[in-house]
Design a protein around this ligand. Structure first.
Ligand code: BGC
Length: 269
């Protein structure tokens, strides 16, 4: 049922990729808290995906875990097929799955370059392409939302901040920025909204080692003075895909405690 609250996602179904842990899991839970039913995509651990499913069900929403590798075309088609079979037409897609494989440039293997680009950038392309196809097939349901569909990419502050020893990761996120903006431009007239979030340092497994060994160094990069929590991203994503944000498309919302504010200049330049 559609709600009169523009922040509500009631009556809508969502797919979140990479939703078994971390930011993806928080996005899935916050979408459910706002009223959506959610497909919890995962590649690795079915147990962790089931924990996300359980958390969503505890909020009174429907959830289903579907295994798929976002870098594989056939997997993405099957993910959407299973999603629609279980939850009906999909209104919201959060392309979140991402990996990091760090190395100095001269030592970076082609495998590590390709793996990061495949998941972070090609995965975003495959997910967004299928989302647009399915939104068109579904058709506009104005009683549910003025938008035909909503896509959010989970990018990074590193779509604008270069990052030594992570050429593959930074290139994938820089690529995502223009993928997002180009797709947004291409499909806006069909009432498909496409945006990104740009998280800074969020407490997840991807940066556990850096937080353990260099928390003070990390905090110097965060004017707001704390590492982010996955829910900081999840809440923003739930808002960005809601009708409260209906006039927003082609934007990256940085959620980074000020990391993109060039904190090293705060003394006096
Ligand atoms: C990376 C994290 C890092 C953060 C801030 C994210 O995109 O995945 O490892 O802590 O950016 O540098």
């Amino acid at each position: 049922m559609a709600s009169s609250d523009p922040a509500s996602l009631s009556g809508q179904a969502a797919i979140v990729t990479g939703a078994s842990t971390g930011i993806g899991a928080a996005c899935a839970v916050e979408l459910a808290r706002a009223g959506a039913d959610v497909v919890v995509n995962y590649r690795g651990s079915p147990q962790e995906a089931e924990e996300t499913v359980t958390a969503i069900e505890a909020l009174g929403r429907r959830a289903v875990a579907v295994k798929a590798d976002v870098s594989m075309e056939d997997d993405i088609l099957r993910l959407f097929d299973e999603a629609e079979a279980r939850l009906g037409p999909i209104d919201i897609v959060v392309s979140n799955a991402g990996i990091q494989k760090d190395a100095p440039l001269a030592e970076m293997s082609l495998d590590d370059w390709n793996a990061v680009i495949a998941v972070n950038l090609t995965g975003g392309f495959l997910v967004a392409r299928e989302a647009v196809r399915r939104f068109r097939r579904k058709g506009l349901r104005e009683s549910v939302s003025p938008a035909l569909g909503k896509i959010v990419f989970d990018s990074s502050v590193h779509q604008v901040i270069p990052w030594a020893f992570r050429a593959n990761y930074a290139a994938s996120k820089g690529g995502l920025k223009l993928l997002m903006e180009t797709v947004a431009q291409e499909v806006a007239s069909e009432k498909i909204r496409v945006n990104a979030v740009g998280p800074g340092a969020i407490a997840t497994a991807i940066n556990a080692a850096e937080r353990e060994n260099g928390l003070d160094e990390m905090l110097k990069l965060i004017p707001y003075g704390r590492v982010g929590e996955p829910a900081d991203i999840g809440r923003a994503v739930a808002w960005l895909v809601s009708d409260a944000a209906d006039y927003i498309t082609g934007q990256t919302l940085f959620i980074d405690g000020g990391m993109t504010l060039h904190p090293s200049f705060k003394g006096n330049g």
